[in-house]
Ligand binder design. Sequence first.
Ligand SMILES: Cc1cc2nc3c(=O)[nH]c(=O)nc-3n(C[C@H](O)[C@H](O)[C@H](O)COP(=O)(O)OP(=O)(O)OC[C@H]3O[C@@H](n4cnc5c(N)ncnc54)[C@H](O)[C@@H]3O)c2cc1C
Length: 438
Amino acid sequence: MYIDNYLSLRYSKESLPLLGKLLVDGKYQSLWDYDTTVLPRKVRKWRKKAKAFSRLYIRPLAPVVDNNPYDFDPQPLIKEATRWGFQTIIMPFPFGSAALMPYLRSTTLQVAVIAEEFATECGGLALLLLAHHLGVAPLLLSGHIPTWLKFLLPMYIKGAWFAKPTTMAFAITEPEAGSDVEDSIGAKDAHIQVTATPVNGGYLLNGTKVFISDGAIADQVTVFAKIKGEEVDSWTCFLVKKCMKGFSAGRREKKMGQRAADASELIFDNVFVPRRNIVGKLRGGWALNQNVLNYSRPVVAAMALGHARGAFERALHFCNHNYYMGKKLIDYKEIQYELADMLIKLESVRMTIWRSCAHFRACQSLSSIAKVYASDMAVEICKQAMAIMGDAGIYHEYGVEKALRDARLTQIYEGTNQINRYAIIEHQYTTDVAIDTI
Ligand SMILES: Cc1cc2nc3c(=O)[nH]c(=O)nc-3n(C[C@H](O)[C@H](O)[C@H](O)COP(=O)(O)OP(=O)(O)OC[C@H]3O[C@@H](n4cnc5c(N)ncnc54)[C@H](O)[C@@H]3O)c2cc1C
């Protein structure tokens, strides 16, 4: 039990002379507040804003949509998120809503802090809102001015200036090509079947993509296809619009977690895509894909962190309000060790993620390290939270079992954690530094 006497933390400051008091910390604020203060001012604002949004809009929806994801209409939430500026956050002001100066130091930090807040309340709704950025990323990273002018700017101006949302999705995975298209060594043997056949004025797309987040609700999809008669090195990114003839969404997967976001099959049946809808360069798809993943992995890591933080916060609340043999759970040493252990993990994960975002350009090793570490730790933390809550841990109403189900998925997408380990090592091979001198 916490006792506020002369041995307490508070007294250790108050008993000091004035100059001593100036040197010690006595704010007793939450770790969330401590961490927020190390962020650049405008990023701090986004963190607070995302927390407010999540509590207001995501928290009440989370259990309802998790129970019945198929009857959920996501458009009002997407509209609201666009109005708050979250759906245009990967572009800086004046075209998007990211603060310009911190963006020039880190393109991903603002998205990452938002992702953690959303995911603390609900993994599915977080993915629903964030997968859009993954769909947009190839347009941005193409560095192709006509692509920016034709597609990116109108969409962002519409979103940032008039709060009119456009939802995008990103499609690389196929029934026989999952990890293969996320690892540069495996890719050369990948069984890719989505094919673009050159025709007059453009290409005909045929084949099926699977597991595409927001696939069923997206207005536009960045789709990767090989050119007919060639292999993965011909991979090209095409912008496919929902209204294009022959394009449809098929089966929606029934997932263990993040259920609010659809993971859908996308079917391309002779879809004519005009040449002007090629994103970046013809045959430039592989490079785009790899770089998009390097940018998106820290954001997935931040989602994993959010799931784990959500589980921790719920477990802490439970231990503060439940008794065992007349004593509050939080007053048992064993429970305190567990909670402290979870906090150590949460803090070290957050610092790893923020560290991985500390560059303007995403660094492959750091992105994958953050993704693997955060998702593995998140699963562990969620299990610890469930363990200290006993049978309440498995009740739907407490949301901790949901956090575990949500967290487990972050070990799979954006490359499984095995594949991300290859990415970490691949990056070391491409530096001049020998592995043993890192
Ligand atoms: C919720 C969710 C959302 C998703 N959203 C999208 C999306 O928006 N867009 C998209 O394109 N895709 C998406 N995916 C697909 C995701 O990226 C793939 O599921 C992932 O890459 C794994 O591919 P796979 O499922 O085919 O597994 P497989 O590639 O079949 O892997 C099976 C197992 O084998 C291991 N393995 C495979 N190859 C190797 C190897 N060379 N060495 C060691 N181990 C290996 C894997 O690590 C894994 O454990 C999503 C998936 C999920 C679960």
